[in-house]
Design a protein around this ligand. Structure first.
Ligand code: CA
Length: 729
């Protein structure tokens, strides 16, 4: 029998060696020089060499005005430098560059200040997030970046602490806790935004029964200035104001017991022209609306854009995209501020392409819906009633009416998730990282609120099959992505570039007439002609860049900088194994004529046959599969295939299976980011989970031992089946 103590060190060391994971105890690169000065970046007028905020400027159009790299010169783009972060998990951050310094974040909320010319580390700040917090991260231990303002760097750590650092030295100036994790499993992954002496931040946890809100803190002291709740609390709550009372009229039952959701986990955009703050709100918690609001109601402010007064947090207007949301259709995705002619006059508008597959044009002045058209295949609605601004729900998509399985497109992963979209004023097109991911929902009663697992009222991640080959074919043929160039005036696609897989990156447009996006299928960064989508350049990045690229200039030279590291929601989907291990989370900078090389990747090893499962009963396997979906799938993906970064749980060294209880129950490798689950799972549940994994490992091994000609024939048949099935959905 292993004891946890002795196992920790030995397991850790060979895990690092064999699986290519990294504990990240110390950085290989120590800080070099200190930063001389940090100016206050002009977020409102960024026609400089900087990239001062998450989406470039307050409009968050992500259109770089730099033209040093253009359609004719892009073929000479090469690697200028790369920087490896401490961990091999997902990288979602957009770099912020001010005065020649790139401020980036890696997984586990570590902040790095890099010399933007060389990638040399200037300072690093690790908030030391306890690894146990990973158990309540819905979608990997990611972070989308920092805010820089008046010589300070702000960021939110996964455990909901908000930090202010000295931009020159990385020294901590203040820290506050933005959510009480003892009450509910809040997390924080979004980039804070700053304006008018305030830093704005929301939180995540919509799958874990939290109540969403956004807060404003004083940039100098960290004092809380205001807080706006996106869903109402208990009616007798002393904080209830008239906005909360208005929202409460759209809920029924005892919703406050479930938290309600509506989390502001990504987009928070300040509009200096109209002096408003727009927030995008998340899904209902639990997803099943029959559980959280049994007598119906629109459930304000779920799946909405809400306009607030930035100084007070007071409600101004809202537009609810999906009343009574029940498919995990968040409205948190990129909010872009634009101007366009509509109805015979110029309007200030919001462009929005959230998970539900519709592209919305909303008047920023009053929140009125101007138009809504699908940019992606969707089956949940029959269109929008433009008199009321409400969707006409497809009754066939309402999975909450029975306990039957109901397939819906898009599913919870969304037609567009957090990877940012971008706009080009040259082409007047919005470029959307689109994806098609069918989903199967099945209504479940909510068995009390449990910690450490999804509490959503549906079977999680339903699209799976018993046969591992059929599953692999489904993943490869039914899940597709595209770069969609969308005309917001005509409300139709100008062109599309089809991608062979999902999990493609966020978007950058440049005044050089280019669109940059990371491609998952080929693990590369690609530059397209913004006019027509012709691929003009690509660079193999050894892993998918899911983050959005950005651009800056130093010493008169333009750079393109992108974070590389598959993960986050995109990483929830299984990825067929590459022959090499992915590198640690990495930032890569490109400029014309540069010729730096990446180190050679480490090849993967085949560990041979897994141990045979002891208990082969169907009941145990089924119980294990259910538990795996509830607790494990959000990091390890369906069947434990892995997202290319976390190991394929079907192909581990035998000793790993022998140490199952020490790892899963006792947290023997918690330092690597695998939380302990002993306080959540009983002994028989752990045994069922192990059985499930060993049976899947055995099936996977059997498939690999079959003759390749036979597998090829079966694969062809399955591909035909998948194509028919996806059409019927
Ligand atoms: Ca969600």
């Amino acid at each position: 029998m292993w004891s946890t103590g002795s196992l920790t060190r030995s397991t850790c060391s060979w895990l690092i060696l064999i699986l290519g994971l990294d504990v990240g105890v110390a950085s290989a690169q120590e800080p070099a020089t200190r930063i001389q000065s940090v100016s206050t970046p002009s977020i409102a007028q960024p026609h400089t060499d900087d990239w001062p905020t998450y989406g470039l400027d307050y409009r968050e159009q992500r259109h770089s005005p730099l033209k040093g790299i253009d359609r004719s010169s892009v073929s000479r783009l090469g690697l200028a430098w790369y920087f490896d972060t401490d961990y091999a998990r997902g990288v979602e951050a957009t770099a912020v560059v001010v005065d020649g310094v790139a401020y980036v974040t890696g997984s586990w909320s570590v902040v790095y200040a890099l010399d933007a010319r060389s990638g040399q580390l200037l300072w690093k700040f690790d908030p030391n997030v306890p690894k146990s917090v990973g158990a309540s991260a819905c979608c990997d231990v990611v972070n989308r970046g920092v805010a820089v303002y008046e010589g300070k760097v702000f960021f939110g750590a996964l455990d909901t602490r908000l930090f202010a650092l000295d931009a020159k030295t990385g020294a901590k100036l203040w820290e506050v806790t933005t959510a009480d994790r003892s009450k509910a499993e809040y997390t924080s992954t979004g980039a804070p935004r700053v304006a008018k002496g305030k830093v704005f931040i929301g939180n995540g946890g919509g799958e874990f029964g939290v109540r969403g809100y956004v807060s404003a803190y004083d940039v100098n002291t960290g004092a809380l200035i205001w807080r706006f709740y996106t869903v109402p609390g208990h009616p007798s709550d002393p904080e209830t104001d008239e906005t909360q009372a208005m929202a409460a009229k759209t809920w029924t039952g005892k919703w406050w017991q479930y938290g309600g959701g509506g989390t502001v986990w990504d987009s928070i955009v300040y509009d200096p022209e109209l002096d408003k703050l727009y927030i995008g709100t998340g899904n209902g918690s639990p997803w099943n609306r029959k559980v959280r609001s049994p007598e119906g109601g629109d459930n304000l402010f779920l799946s909405s854009i809400v306009a607030l007064e930035p100084d007070t947090g007071k409600y101004v207007w809202h537009y609810q995209e999906v009343p009574a949301e029940t498919w995990d259709y968040t409205a948190t995705q990129t909010i872009i501020l634009g101007d366009m002619a509509f109805g015979g006059r110029e309007r200030k508008v919001i462009w929005h392409a959230p998970k539900n597959g519709y592209f919305y044009v909303i008047d920023r002045a009053d929140g009125k819906l101007l138009s809504a058209q699908p940019y992606s295949r969707q089956t949940w609605s029959l269109g929008y009633d433009m008199n009321t601004g409400r969707p006409i729900e497809n009754p066939k998509a309402d999975w909450t009416q029975s306990t039957e399985e109901v397939s819906v497109i898009p599913g919870a992963a969304g037609a567009h998730n957090w990877p940012p979209m971008a706009y080009s004023p040259q082409t007047k097109l919005v470029y959307i990282p689109e994806q098609t991911i069918p989903w199967v929902y099945q209504s479940l009663p909510l068995g009390g609120v449990r910690r450490g697992t999804y509490n959503v009222g549906t079977v999680v991640a339903g699209l799976t099959t018993a046969d591992p080959l059929l599953f692999d074919v489904f993943m490869r043929t039914m899940l597709k992505g595209a770069l969609v160039a969308w005309d917001p005036v005509q409300q139709k696609a100008a062109w599309r570039v089809e991608h062979g897989s999902i999990a493609n990156g966020g978007i950058l447009t440049t005044a050089g007439g280019l669109v940059f996006q990371g491609a998952d299928e080929t693990s590369s960064l690609v530059a397209y002609d913004a006019q027509n989508g012709t691929a003009l350049w690509s660079f193999p990045t050894q892993d998918a860049p899911v983050a959005a690229p950005m651009s800056y200039a130093v010493d008169g030279e333009q750079y393109i900088l992108v974070g590389v590291g598959r993960g986050g929601t995109s990483g929830l989907m299984p990825r067929p194994r590459d022959t090499a291990l992915p590198p640690k989370g990495r930032f890569m900078a490109f400029k014309l004529g540069a010729q730096a090389q990446l180190p050679a990747p480490t090849p993967r090893v085949d560990y041979g046959d897994p141990p045979a499962p002891i208990d082969r009963s169907e009941a145990t396997f089924d119980a294990g599969e259910k538990l795996f979906r509830e607790y494990c799938v959000r990091c390890h993906t369906l069947k434990g295939v892995g997202n290319g970064r976390l190991p394929d749980l079907r192909r581990l060294p035998r000793a790993m299976y022998d140490s199952f209880d020490a790892i899963v129950r006792d947290g023997a490798v918690e330092g690597l980011g695998m939380p302990r689950f002993g306080h959540l799972l009983k002994a028989e549940e752990l045994a069922a989970l192990k059985t499930y994994l060993l049976v899947e490992a055995e099936k996977d091994r059997a498939l690999r031992n079959q003759p390749s000609w036979w597998v090829a024939i079966k694969r062809t048949g399955y591909e035909l089946l998948a194509k028919v099935l996806v059409r019927l959905m």
